[in-house]
Design a protein. Sequence first.
Length: 360
Amino acid sequence: MSTVSAVISRQAVKHNFARIQSLAPNSKIIAILKANAYGHGLLEMAKTLPDCDAIGVARLEEALALRAGGIVKPILLLEGFFNPSDIPILVTNNLQTVVHSLEQVEQLEQASHLQGQLTVWLKIDTGMNRLGINVQQFELVTSRLQQIDLVAKPLNYMTHFACADELNNPFTSEQAQQFYQLVDGLGGELTLANSAGILAWPETQADWIRPGLLLYGCSPIIDRIGSDDGFIAAMTLSSSVIAVKKLSAGDKVGYGSSWIAAQDTTLAVIAIGYGDGYPRHAKDGTPVLINSKRYPIVGRVSMDMITVDLGPDNVSVQCGDKAIMWGQDLPVEEIAKYADTICYELILQLTSRVKIKFID
């Protein structure tokens, strides 16, 4: 009987990368592998994507783990450096950095004695109001960066979209227009499009694109799944049925007795719960796939178990049968809706007791 496992298909990831290339044939690709490659394994995914032009991570620790694992491709720190002491580490390890604040500019000025060249991507805030230099600061910041010998020239420029997953929201076009107007004629390379931008806003693809979620086969677009656009789910999360039991009409199930059987029926107990990262708030009716058939969760998700209703005439489900929580035949985007969350959270929150397996 198997434990809870998340099987990652390298072939699916490679297919998804090729699909992204076909959507943006004139753009170079920064493969976004932050947060342990969205739960898919940082170093393993870096090795699975030898054709990407660069890798994007959020934190210095992630970049250093890739370098220690033998990855020599350009690596971009999407949140930039946090402390002045990080700057020599960036130079030594040939890491690129986002600059998004005046404080970072000042720290680079103070580090101008360092030998070497540091590739900088200046992040412009076009309305996300998170990280980025605002429009009023742009000329001042670019002028100061141009005077720092340590900073490679020309500067590169980037922005980030707030609503690209909303196909009818004009704000993405407004952000792109503002960005293009601001950097027009300055040279350097540009990146705007995240996964949603790649799919829905092709005019934002520019010199570089930054696919994250799409690499793993999930859709960033509201009310869509990856397969709608030719992508394949890379992760299949599964466990095993550990008990099958009969219930009578009126029997209650789970903590709080929140579900009551309307008729005589049969339950399957599956060894997975929020202790493994399965969403605790998955509602009654959330589908689970057993022997290629969907069954609904009933009762609350527990730390180590869930229960599904097999119906009154179960003849096929037995102890030891494999139960799929999400994967190619049961989209994680669908499970996320039942849990009032997004697929990003589900694939990222698996805990250490889930066994990760990689297949070709």
